[in-house]
Design a protein around this ligand. Structure first.
Ligand code: ADP
Ligand code: TRP
Length: 327
C-alpha cells in the first residue's frame, strides 16, 4: 500500500442503505475520518447507487440524512473534507455513459458484487449490472490518487482502472489511475452471531445504539457452552474481538488474561464490553443529538460540499467532452 502523502487526494462513497453499524465504523468510517488529516478528501453519500436496492423515497431520504449525521457526529470536518450527496453532482451520470460506451460486457459480467447481490435475491436490473460503471465515473471524475474501501470493493476499483485505461488509450490522458487502499489494520468485524457483521445478516450493533437497544445487542452475542470455570481462548471469541476494538491495549490484555485463567464467564465479559462500547461512542451520540436539532446546518454542509465537488467535476468533464469530441 502506498502511504498517503500531503498531495494525496482520497475519494470514497458510502451507500445510504441502512443504519450504520460498528463493522462499518471500524472497517471504513474510522479510516475515512483519520485520512482527513493526511490528504485532500472527497466523501460522498452514494444515493444514486442506493436506488438499485431502495425504491421508497422517504426511506432513501432518511438513510441519506442518517449517513450525513453519522459522519459529522463521528468527526468528519467539513472544513477539511469535501462531503456531499452523489446526486448533487449529476455530471457523474454523463461520465458513466461515456465510460460505458468503451466498456466490454465481459468486464461487468465478471463483477462479484453483482453476482452476489442477485444470488441474495436482489432483482437483476440493468442499474445493478451497470453499478460498477457509475462507480468508476464517481471515482474518475474527482481524479483521486487513492480510494479507501473495504476488501469487497477492491474489484470495483480495479474495474475503474480498466475503464480509465480504455478512455486514456482511446482519447488521450484525461484520467488519473486511482489505487484502492484497504484498511489493513482492521480485519473483518464479527457480528453478534460470529459471522461478518452486516446489515444483511441482522447481526449488527448500531454505532448510535444506546440504553436497552445497545444492551440487547450485546447480551445477544452468541457464545459457546464452555462452563464459567473453564479457561477460554480469547482470540476466537466474538465478545473479546469486539472488546479489543473499543478498549485500550492494557484493558484488552487484562481481559485476555481473565479468559485464559478460567472462572470468568461470557456474561461478565459482555457486561465489560457493554460498558466500553457505551463509553466509546457516547461523545459521537451527543454530537449527533446536537446536529439533529440543526438540520439546516447539515443541509448547508452537503450543499457547500457539492459546490466544491462540482468545481472539480466540471473541469474533468470539460476535458472529457473535449477529448471525445462532444465539444
Ligand atoms: P453491509 O455489509 O452492512 O451491507 P456495506 O457493504 O454497506 O455493509 O459496507 C460499507 C463499508 O463498511 C465497506 O467499506 C465495508 O467494507 C465496510 N464493512 C462492512 N461490514 C464490515 C465488517 N463486518 N467488518 C469490516 N468492515 C466492514
Ligand atoms: N460501492 C460502494 C459500496 O457499496 C459505494 C461507492 C459508490 C463507492 N461509489 C463509490 C466507494 C466510489 C468508493 C468510491 O460500499
Amino acid at each position: 500500500m502506498t502511504q498517503p502523502s500531503r498531495r494525496t487526494r482520497l475519494l470514497s462513497g458510502v451507500q445510504p442503505s441502512g443504519k450504520l453499524h460498528i463493522g462499518n465504523y471500524f472497517g471504513a468510517i474510522q479510516q475515512h475520518i483519520a485520512m482527513q488529516e493526511k490528504g485532500e478528501c472527497y466523501y460522498f453519500i452514494a444515493n444514486f447507487h442506493a436506488l438499485t436496492t431502495i425504491n421508497d423515497a422517504q426511506q432513501l431520504r432518511e438513510h441519506t440524512l442518517d449517513v450525513a449525521l453519522s459522519y459529522l457526529a463521528l468527526g468528519l470536518d467539513p472544513e477539511r473534507a469535501v462531503f456531499f450527496r452523489q446526486s448533487d453532482v449529476p455530471e457523474v451520470t454523463e461520465l458513466a455513459w461515456i465510460l460505458s460506451s468503451l466498456t466490454g460486457m465481459g468486464l461487468l459480467e465478471r463483477a462479484h458484487a453483482y453476482k452476489d447481490k442477485v444470488a441474495r435475491g436482489i432483482p437483476a436490473r440493468v442499474g445493478l449490472f451497470y453499478y460498477p460503471v457509475l462507480m468508476a465515473a464517481d471515482i474518475l471524475i474527482y481524479r483521486p490518487t487513492h480510494v479507501p474501501v473495504g476488501a469487497d470493493q477492491v474489484q470495483h476499483v480495479e474495474m475503474t482502472r480498466d475503464m480509465a485505461g480504455y478512455f486514456n488509450n482511446t482519447y488521450g490522458d484525461v484520467f488519473v489511475m486511482p489505487e484502492a487502499q484497504i484498511n489493513e489494520a482492521t480485519k473483518v468485524v464479527p457480528g453478534t452471531d460470529g459471522q461478518k457483521m452486516s446489515k444483511s445478516y441482522q447481526n449488527t450493533i448500531d454505532i448510535f445504539a444506546e440504553g436497552n437497544a445497545l444492551k440487547k445487542s450485546v447480551m445477544g452475542i452468541v457464545t459457546d457452552s464452555t462452563p464459567v470455570e473453564d479457561p477460554k481462548d480469547p482470540t476466537t471469541n466474538t465478545i473479546f474481538q469486539l472488546y479489543s476494538l473499543v478498549a485500550s491495549e492494557a484493558e484488552t490484555a487484562a481481559m485476555a488474561e481473565k479468559y485464559r485463567a478460567g472462572g470468568y464467564g461470557y456474561g461478565a465479559a459482555k457486561k465489560e464490553l457493554l460498558g466500553k462500547l457505551d463509553a466509546y461512542f457516547a461523545p459521537a451520540r451527543a454530537r449527533r443529538k446536537e446536529l439533529e436539532k440543526n438540520l439546516d446546518y447539515v443541509e448547508q454542509v452537503l450543499q457547500n460540499g457539492a459546490q466544491r465537488a462540482r468545481e472539480v467535476a466540471h473541469q474533468t468533464m470539460t476535458d472529457t467532452r473535449r477529448a471525445c469530441g462532444l465539444i
